[in-house]
Design a protein around this ligand. Structure first.
Ligand code: FES
Length: 175
């Protein structure tokens, strides 16, 4: 093999003009084709932007959505919901989850089950004094529906109730 010095005088080249040092210390590797740190950072930033935009869009949609106030509808016989228990139903429409709770002490309350943060379903554990949204740990007061912890800032929509004979009726969404 013949070698000759390159024009810059930094080393010898082989017959094809490839620097000899490049054969001794090839700077290519199997991992070179993989994603670079800069590209990875760009992907992460772009992904974060898309996530933030979709989250903001969902929040705006949740807050601007017109609530159907509903019409008077029988829900359940009061004997089926003893104190400290909850009853799940749909109101005002078939796709609207709602929860009725018979509070200790006798008061009845009902709310939309959709969290006012991003719309996840809030849940009730018997004996607790709160409704909890598992998505981002939002917490609402059981007696009022007001947000008391986590990201939600607005109360749960309240469903007005009335007991007619022995049946609990939903009269409409109040807020
Ligand atoms: S959806 Fe985020 S706290 Fe409920």
């Amino acid at each position: 093999m013949t070698t000759k010095m390159d024009a810059g005088g930094t080393g010898a080249n082989d017959e094809e003009g490839t620097p000899v040092w490049l054969k001794d210390f090839p700077h290519t590797s199997a991992g070179e084709e993989a994603i670079t740190r800069r590209a990875f950072t760009s992907y992460v930033i772009a992904g974060s932007g898309v996530f933030a935009a979709s989250t903001l869009g969902a929040a705006v949609w949740t807050s601007l959505r017109e609530l159907d106030p509903g019409t008077p509808t029988p829900i359940v016989d009061i004997g089926q919901v003893p104190e400290g228990k909850a009853f799940l139903f749909r109101y005002p429409g078939p796709d609207d989850p709602a929860i009725l709770i018979h509070l200790t002490g006798g008061e009845l309350v009902a709310y939309s089950q959709r969290c006012t943060h991003l719309g996840c379903v809030v849940i009730y554990e018997p004996g607790e004094t709160e409704l909890v949204c598992p998505c981002h740990e939002g917490i609402f007061d059981l007696a009022t529906g007001d947000p008391i912890a986590g990201p939600p800032e607005r109360p749960l929509p309240t469903i007005a109730l009335e007991v007619r004979v022995n049946t609990i009726w939903a009269l409409g969404i109040q807020r």
